[in-house]
Design a protein around this ligand. Structure first.
Ligand SMILES: [Zn+2]
Length: 271
């Protein structure tokens, strides 16, 4: 049984078949999905929670959890009202994480200082609500400044909480993986782990101890290689798990058991 630790279930791309898509996940052995609550901006942060409440308890479905957070490029919208809304969402029992939040220097969008301030404001709320964080960190190709700035912020504003978090869709090198593990974070690998050109990432993944990994889809984006370019969905997390299993020379069942245990440990769940 697997957990997809990061999927945008509120994407409009599931408007026509969301229930069937979730049933396919359960049939593929996905026992739980963490639905990411960022929407297209802070006014849509509640959508992941809404989906949890709509489907949890229905037979033949994975267990759903939610997050809420303000994405780096929406940081300019992290005003008092949005932060109050975030605080209220994090108080809900289904909303187990704050995210995805972080720094994105790859795409043009919110200025870097605005992203940083938005991140810090959300760290304070997550700390008060005792919710681990889901980090999105993407530097420009060949640079590490986003990572360097991220670790500066986490060292100052998050490490002391000991709440940890997840490095979502990890794309850094070993140095960034090691620093993340030292901070008590789990490293979550997505479908890009399966891409032919991703050997450097696979080399890092092979070195991350099995008690420090998660798998995710980042659906509807980043479909694994066999389905690349198509709409992704939680059922396909099996392919990333298979690749991670091969890298660690263990069975797919071993990866499923380890990632489920890691997820439960981080979020204090009995799954
Ligand atoms: Zn995402």
């Amino acid at each position: 049984m697997l957990i997809d630790s990061h999927a945008h279930l509120d994407s409009p791309r599931y408007a026509d078949d969301r229930e069937a898509m979730l049933q396919r996940a359960a049939q593929a052995g996905v026992e739980a999905v963490l639905a990411i609550g960022i929407g297209e901006g802070p006014t849509e942060m509640h959508q992941a929670l809404d989906i949890c409440r709509e489907f949890n308890g229905q037979p033949g479905m994975p267990r759903l959890y939610a997050s809420a957070g303000i994405y780096p490029h929406n940081a300019a919208d992290a005003d008092d009202a949005a932060l109050a809304e975030l605080d209220g969402l994090l108080a809900q029992p289904e909303v187990i994480a704050c995210g995805e939040i972080g720094l994105d220097y790859y795409h043009d969008g919110a200025p870097h200082p605005v992203q940083r301030e938005g991140l810090i404001a959300q760290l304070k709320i997550a700390a008060a609500r005792k919710r681990p964080i889901l980090i999105h960190c993407r530097p420009k190709d060949g640079e590490t400044d986003a990572w360097d700035h991220l670790f500066e912020v986490l060292d100052e504003h998050w490490a002391s909480t000991a709440l940890g978090g997840v490095m979502h869709c990890f794309g850094g090198g070993w140095e960034q993986a090691r620093r993340s593990l030292d901070l008590g974070f789990l490293i979550s690998f997505a479908g890009n782990l399966t891409y032919p050109k991703a050997q450097p990432l696979r080399d890092v993944a092979a070195r991350v101890p099995i008690d420090g990994v998660l798998v995710e889809t980042d659906a509807p984006w980043l479909a694994p290689n066999a389905l690349r370019g198509k709409r992704n969905e939680p059922a396909f997390v099996t392919q990333t798990a298979q690749t991670l299993a091969e890298l660690h020379r263990v069975s797919a069942d071993d990866i499923a058991a380890a990632t489920t245990k890691n997820f439960a440990r981080l979020f204090n769940l009995t799954v």
